[in-house]
Design a protein around this ligand. Structure first.
Ligand SMILES: Nc1ncnc2c1ncn2[C@@H]1O[C@H](COP(=O)(O)OP(=O)(O)OP(=O)(O)O)[C@@H](O)[C@H]1O
Ligand SMILES: [Mg+2]
Length: 383
């Protein structure tokens, strides 16, 4: 030790990633069931002691799922990634909302500044959002109560785009400057996984960019993400990424397709508790039958359906109604390049966070209704 941390080769990472994915699959199903049932217990009782235990279960399940997801995301390096145009301003705006929620509890305000030109980079919007949110969360954690965190968009010297997160915390001690990027290095005890920065760096480097943490003049830290601009050949995103749709009517019909009894039942109870009208199917045949007769507004499906291939089932449903939004909820990565993958509206990792799942279904149901009414979801135009 003592030397710069060694970087495993891409090939080793790719095979590790595959193994990690396999091991995590069953684990994910169990965690989904655990989280869903804990959510239900929380909603079904007023007993403060039971509530406290339910919350503790949810916290633990969330942490466990974060660890699995982050390790997997970090190891995902060897795979091909679909790259679309990502509007840097919109990305920073969206990140600010998420980070502000964490800051709220401690009176930490999160502000946005624009110091550069409007820029578009090529990437995976969800991954890039995760980077900025992770850096923002670190900034909030490091901030004293009531301090300010800034998310700044700027130009880089070489004509790329920069997203800078500034805080006025205690800063990173010199001797930890490189160690903070090591996986599992944390000074937050059980409150941190220590994977945030390792993941951020892996994602940013996969996007051809760089991530650095430097002291801020006047105290605190400046985390700086530099990314190259998108070339002309990069396609526009197929779906609006905004998550800020609220107050939508919840009378949407949802079809849940999952072969795992526990997961299917947990999802049904969870989604019914959220106000959706839910039908369940355990295999391809019953999914298609139920779809044709009930015409759900949104479909949630697993990738592996026992004997059946989730992708084939999803293709069949899309053949019946090509505009139906499909949410793929799976512990595995969707096969790169399969034609049906491009037509899926959202991909959620198992264990699915109940809140995220409900928000996603709500958003898609709203979009579908908007589309049916002839109005599309508003979206900022890229220059
Ligand atoms: N803005 C910052 N100011 C001061 N220290 C920081 C800052 N960002 C990161 N660090 C230090 O780097 C460590 C590693 O950060 P990293 O994001 O990888 O993990 P974490 O924040 O501890 O855990 P998690 O990301 O799971 O919440 C932190 O525990 C903290 O000590
Ligand atoms: Mg962190």
């Amino acid at each position: 030790m003592g030397d710069a941390p060694e970087r495993p080769s891409t090939r080793v990472l790719a095979s590790l990633g595959q193994r990690a994915g396999e091991v995590a699959h069953d684990f994910d199903n169990s965690l989904t069931a655990i989280a869903a049932h804990a959510t239900l217990i929380r909603g079904a009782t007023d007993d403060p002691e039971v509530l406290e235990h339910a919350r503790a279960i949810l916290r633990a399940a969330r942490t466990a799922s974060q660890v699995v997801e982050r390790v997997r995301a970090m190891l995902r390096g060897g795979e091909k990634h679909e790259r679309v145009q990502v509007d840097v301003e919109a990305l920073a705006d969206e990140a600010r909302v998420a980070v502000a929620a964490r800051g709220d509890k401690r009176g930490v305000t999160v502000v946005r500044r624009r110091e550069g030109h409007a820029a578009t980079v090529a990437g995976d919007p969800a991954e890039l959002l995760q980077v900025v949110v992770n850096l923002g969360n670190n900034a909030v954690d490091a901030s004293p109560d009531g301090a300010e965190v800034a998310i700044v968009t700027a130009d880089t010297l070489d004509g790329g785009a920069a997203i800078v997160v500034e805080d006025r915390g205690a800063g990173v001690p010199d001797e930890l400057r490189e160690r903070v990027f090591e996986p599992f290095f944390t000074t937050k005890g059980s409150h941190g996984t220590g994977l945030g920065l390792a993941l951020c760096r892996a994602i940013v480097e996969r996007h051809g960019g760089a991530l650095a943490l430097d002291p801020r003049r006047g105290g605190g830290t400046v985390a700086r993400v530099a990314l190259p601009l998108a070339g002309d050949d990069v396609p526009a995103p197929r779906h609006a990424t905004s998550v800020a749709i609220r107050g939508v009517g919840l009378d949407a019909r949802v079809l849940v397709v999952d072969d795992d009894d526990g997961t299917r039942e947990a999802l049904r109870v969870l989604l019914e508790a959220a106000g959706f009208d839910v039908t369940i199917a355990a295999d391809g045949t019953s999914a298609v039958t139920s779809f044709a007769t009930r015409r759900p507004d949104v479909v949630v499906s697993d990738l592996e359906l026992g004997e059946d291939d989730g992708g084939a089932v999803i293709s069949q449903l899309l053949a019946i109604d090509r505009a139906v939004p499909v949410v793929l909820a799976s512990g595995k990565d969707a096969p790169v390049g399969a034609p049906w993958v491009a037509r899926v509206s959202a991909i959620l990792r198992k264990p699915v966070s109940p809140v995220e799942l409900v928000a996603t279904i709500r958003r898609l149901a709203a979009q579908r209704r908007g589309a049916m009414a002839g109005a599309d979801t508003p979206r900022r135009e890229s220059p």
